[in-house]
Unconditional design. Structure first.
Lengths: 303, 319
């Protein structure tokens, strides 16, 4: 009896330890690794500030988007008159313009990524899950579109169907889902045949639980990383379009529009280019650092 | 290898067909047409103009006529550049774009790979950090910001290089007369190459670090090979694979980047014709340029894939 008692004690102790160890989930692990990454955390902080300013920035200033200060045209950044970022060649306040542009650029980056994410995940997961001939056909189609000069199609779309901002969303989103579809398909395929899925099946775990506990955590890592890299890519695509005069139209503004206008008068009023360009570059830095940090945190190879 | 190339060309044909059809219907299905801007034209004149460009016929018939012409190598007349055919415009624009694009991709590959190897060999040392910080900056600062800045510094302030012209001028051309003909291309090529240099150097660094940890590299070192031979002969072959497979997207990126860079530096290349054509609804011009660019991208991808097959013994192209 003493033997069984000892065994039971040992078992209880084991259960106890297991219970105490439960707190360390996959995600908590990744979050801790991410929080230790200084570059990535700096990225999060700076990006939050930019996002916050894009919301409250225009409200802080006494000026509005429509104000044309005829007595202060082409003013360099100054504390006088509260033109903190100066004014442009029509006397509009650059502080208000820059943060309104931030609002538009960030919205476009996020919205287009959401569109690309939805199409890509549905398409890729279907192809990977169904497999066989359908998978083959679906991915061959992706290969075909992949070979096309996609920016050209966006340009044709926006020039031909009028230049409104929603069309820019849809055009970029509909074109940028290809890589997402490839990533999701590859992940789904590789996870589908993993031993731990088989083991879970053999142990009688039900399908929704398998999907929730085993499939999603293993598929979603690369997707999250790619999303953080797709947002800046799409912000850049929009800036390209706006720079060419094909994206966001005045009086609405975006960083691309501001950079385009600023680069025309670089000699006399350099801040018109430098301020929005710095904001854009900072945002690119932040997203890339966050993306790199997430990759390091979520990459199963490093565990 | 040959059968693989033929098979790929077999896929390229339907791809081109998709490109032509997609762009044709995208442009024609939208409301409006190329003569909308000329509001003061008589209705009868517009009718005649439309008839001259076959725009009065049903869409399907226009499509059939267009595809038939393209098969014979005829892209039709341009609408905005009167008296010029699209083929003539392409003949003037393509050499400029090719010169800029090919130089940019060559420079990007050479500098990017060298920087990546340098960083990998000095992993976590100051050199590595400097290279990677520079690469990050190259990714974060887009070409349409770099280009105006470079124009201001080297063109306007230092008067070193010509801007917005294909005529050589500036102090650089005077001091090095032998290099004068390339001076108009220096700034556009740099603006186009920098983002790709950044990506390629990051890729090379990552791949080389991975390869240098492999057992066969340790074996090569253990049997007493010189470090140079280990790096250049053993590590580089495997380390370059991700770079080679990135060259496909890089070429597509440079082709599309050229649109912006040509606009900024006002080079008379394909990109400028494309933008002008798209804005003014010059159907034949836009379609012709899309066909040429898509064809170029498909061909370059084929070359890249065959190069990959040569470099990676694990890849069998005939399969």
């Amino acid at each position: 009896m003493a033997f069984f008692q000892a065994q039971r004690d040992a078992q209880a102790q084991l259960m106890d330890t297991a219970a105490r160890m439960r707190g360390r989930s996959l995600w908590k692990d990744a979050a801790e690794r991410f929080a230790r990454n200084k570059a990535a955390m700096t990225g999060v902080v700076v990006l939050s500030i930019i996002a916050l300013m894009s919301v409250i920035g225009p409200m802080i200033s006494p000026h509005t988007l429509e104000d044309l200060a005829w007595d202060a045209i082409g003013l360099p950044p100054t504390f006088e008159n509260s033109h903190w970022f100066g004014t442009d060649d029509t006397g509009r306040d650059m502080w208000v313009l820059t943060w309104t542009g931030a609002r538009v650029s960030l919205t476009i980056g996020i919205m287009t990524t959401v569109i690309a994410l939805s199409i890509g995940v549905i398409y890729g997961a279907t192809a990977g899950y169904v497999g066989g001939r359908i998978d083959n056909a679906m991915m061959r189609f992706v290969d075909v579109i992949y070979a096309l000069p996609l920016l050209f199609f966006i340009i044709i779309l926006v020039t031909v169907f009028g230049r409104n901002i929603y069309l820019v969303f849809v055009a970029i989103g509909c074109v940028e889902w290809l890589t997402m579809a490839r990533i999701v398909r590859g992940q789904t395929l590789s996870v589908k045949r993993k031993e731990y899925i088989e083991a879970a099946l053999a142990a009688g775990v039900r399908t929704p639980t398998i999907v929730k506990r085993h499939v999603i955590p293993n598929v979603i890592g690369p997707v999250i990383v790619y999303v953080t890299l797709l947002v800046p890519t799409n912000i850049l695509v929009e800036s390209y379009l706006s720079f060419l005069g094909l994206g966001v139209q005045e009086p609405l503004t975006s960083w691309g529009v501001l950079i385009s206008r600023g680069s025309n008068a670089l000699e006399t009023t350099p801040w018109l280019l430098l301020i929005p360009a710095t904001c854009l570059a900072l945002t690119m830095f932040c997203f890339n650092f966050i993306g790199d940090g997430l990759r390091d945190a979520l990459d199963p190879k490093d565990r | 290898m040959l059968s693989y190339a033929l098979k790929r060309l077999g896929i390229a044909a339907p791809t081109m067909f998709v490109v032509v059809s997609l762009s044709f219907f995208l442009m024609h299905l939208a409301p409006g047409g190329p003569f909308d801007a000329d509001a003061n034209l008589e209705p009868q004149v517009i009718e005649n103009l439309k008839a001259a460009y076959d725009l009065d016929k049903p869409l399907i018939q226009q499509y059939a006529i267009y595809v038939g012409k393209v098969f014979k190598g005829d892209f039709g007349p341009s609408i905005i550049y009167q008296d010029r055919t699209v083929s003539q415009l392409i003949a003037t624009g393509l050499p400029v774009s090719l010169r800029v694009g090919l130089s940019a991709i060559l420079i990007a590959a050479l500098i990017g790979i060298s920087l990546g190897i340098t960083a990998a060999l000095n992993q976590n040392k100051p050199t590595d950090y400097v290279v990677m910080a520079a690469a990050m900056t190259g990714i974060a600062v887009p070409s349409f910001v770099l280009a105006p800045l470079m124009t201001l510094i080297f063109g306007v302030l230092l008067q070193m290089l010509p801007i917005a012209t294909l005529e050589p001028s500036g102090s650089f051309a005077r001091n090095f007369p032998a290099l004068a003909p390339i001076t108009p291309y220096i700034l556009p090529v740099i603006a186009l190459a920098i983002p790709q240099i950044a990506v390629i150097s990051r890729l090379t660094r990552g791949a080389m670090i991975e390869v240098l940890r492999q057992n066969y590299i340790r074996t090569a070192r253990a049997k007493g090979l010189k470090e140079q031979r280990v790096v250049w002969r053993h590590a580089l072959q495997a380390g370059l694979l991700p770079v080679v497979s990135y060259l496909g997207p890089a070429i597509a990126g440079i082709v599309t980047g050229a649109v912006v860079v040509e606009s900024i530096f006002q080079l008379p290349g394909m990109g400028r014709f494309f933008i002008q054509g798209a804005i003014n609804r010059d159907y034949p011009l836009v379609l012709g340029i899309v066909i040429i660019f898509a064809g170029a991208i498909i061909m370059m991808n084929l070359i890249v894939d065959m190069l990959y097959g040569l470099l990676d013994p694990k890849v069998k192209l005939d399969a």
